[in-house]
Design a protein around this ligand. Structure first.
Ligand code: G3H
Ligand code: 13P
Ligand code: ZN
Length: 314
């Protein structure tokens, strides 16, 4: 099957009450860990590339690594559906570069702009993408975190207004919508008790039946990795994510795409730290990067089977 858009995948996920994981990729080991997990669980998967990833790895390297994953799948006879998606596209030019370069899905993140500017920018990307068979995710509402450089613990996230969401989708024709219901990017999501506004999710999906909703900032920040990081010389006290039960609930609702990046970072860092402390004689990067890749694979398998429910849906 190779690279595909999210269209059919989201339709099946929406009707089937599960979600598809969108995992951020920055290097070969991350891609391999995620794709192996998707293969072993027979799950569709979204590999997403941020502007920061493009800057770090070079867009050509990332594209070729994903192509290598597709080819390896074909050779092994496990041809799971994979999506290559631009995460948080900051402007039209970046979206255009990805569409022209073979991405099957792009996100235009106009959430930093006022409503009218967001509509105008999103519509421009949608028109360009749809003419070329590419799907578009947009965002309305503001997640605290990378988008405004503040921690959600310090400021109130601006939740998505369901009426605005309706008008936004009708006017832009976007294929899926990221909404703000209380999640945030990074490893420090909640000061006290975790709380998500499922009422807003419900209201948006009532107004826009059939529209796939996207949940950003959906890492659960497994405490096992936080403890490992801190035990082996790290310093990330109080890191806290979205409880898996909440993600499971969202997946049964209109949420079809669940974004995970921080959990990959934590899985890798915890295992590399442990290796450095317990095996100080190791200086072959394949040893610790191999452990990191295995940890990514196991974490993604756990998400697919126990949180997203996308196993055996390839
Ligand atoms: O939503 C943000 C993702 O975690 C990507 O992060 O911009 O540091 O690559 P990044
Ligand atoms: P996390 O920081 O919770 O992993 O969120 C990732 C994300 O939303 C990527 O777009
Ligand atoms: Zn995000």
């Amino acid at each position: 099957m190779g690279l595909t858009t999210t269209k059919d995948l989201f339709e099946k996920a929406y009707n089937g009450g599960y979600a598809i994981g969108a995992f951020n990729v920055n290097n070969m080991e991350i891609i391999q860990g995620i794709v192996e997990a998707a293969n072993e669980t027979n799950s569709p998967v979204i590999l997403q590339v941020s502007a920061g990833a493009r800057k770090y790895a070079n867009p050509i390297y990332l594209k070729k690594l994903v192509e290598a994953a597709v080819e390896c799948n074909k050779v092994s006879g496990k041809d799971i559906p994979m999506v290559l998606h631009l995460d948080h596209g900051p402007d039209f030019e970046t979206c255009k570069a990805c569409i022209d370069g073979g991405f099957t899905s792009v996100m235009i993140d106009g959430s930093k702009y006022d409503f009218e500017t967001n509509v105008e920018l999103t519509k421009k990307v949608v028109d360009y993408a749809h003419e070329r068979g590419v799907v578009v995710e947009a965002e309305l509402g503001k997640l605290a975190g990378i988008e405004d450089d503040v921690n959600v613990a310090d400021s109130d996230a601006m939740y998505t207004d369901p009426n605005e969401a309706y008008e936004f989708v009708k006017r832009t024709g976007c294929d899926s919508l990221a909404i703000a219901i209380g999640t945030s990017h990074g490893a420090y999501k909640f000061k006290g008790e975790a709380k998500l506004r499922f009422d807003i999710l419900e209201e948006v999906s009532k107004k826009l039946p059939g529209l796939p909703i996207v949940l950003h900032g959906a890492s659960s920040v497994p405490q096992e990795f936080v403890e490992m990081c801190n035990k082996y010389g790290g310093n990330i006290p109080g890191a806290k994510g979205v409880p898996e039960e909440m993600l499971k609930k969202a997946a049964t609702m209109a949420v079809c795409k669940i974004n995970i990046d921080s959990d990959i970072r934590l899985a890798m860092t915890a295992n590399i730290r442990e290796c450095f402390v317990n095996s100080p004689e190791v200086f072959d990067p394949r040893t610790y990067l191999g452990k990191a890749r295995e940890a990514v694979k196991n974490m993604v398998k756990h998400k697919i089977i126990n949180v997203l429910g996308s196993n055996d849906k390839a």
